[in-house]
Design a protein around this ligand. Structure first.
Ligand SMILES: [Mg+2]
Length: 131
């Protein structure tokens, strides 16, 4: 049996990291996690030979996902990088592709769904207050 593939998750949203890690582990992937680009590059420096894929958020504190992507691809071109983001815009998809991303995954809940959800909650509160 070949060794489990190892995936580095880089995301500053803890809930998403925890959930994604659980899903991947259920499918027998090994995972590493961190919440910013500086830590991601440190982890890669030590472990790049073991890491198969980086699941990379775009909106991160400090270094953006695009900057991290560029650095990963220049130092470790063999590692797959999949951007994992709420940014469901063609320009972002295009930019990711130009910078060498291997994939682009929109987080299951879209920006629209978040907005609709928030609108809904705010409206429910307003209705309650008016009663
Ligand atoms: Mg983020």
């Amino acid at each position: 049996m070949s060794p489990a593939k190892k995936i580095l998750i880089v995301d500053d949203e803890e809930d998403i990291t925890i959930l994604t890690e659980k899903f991947l582990q259920l499918e027998n992937y090994d995972t590493l996690t961190c919440s910013n680009g500086y830590d991601a590059l440190d982890i890669l420096k030590e472990n790049h030979q073991d890491i198969d894929l980086v699941l990379l958020d775009i909106m991160l504190p400090g270094m953006s996902g695009y900057e991290i992507l560029t650095q990963i691809k220049s130092s470790y071109p063999e590692i797959l990088v999949v951007l994992f983001t709420v940014k469901n815009f063609y320009e972002d998809f295009q930019k990711a592709k130009e910078l060498g991303a291997d994939g682009y995954l929109v987080k299951a809940i879209s920006g629209n769904e978040i907005i609709n959800y928030i609108k809904d909650i705010l409206e429910k509160k307003k209705k309650k207050e008016n009663n």
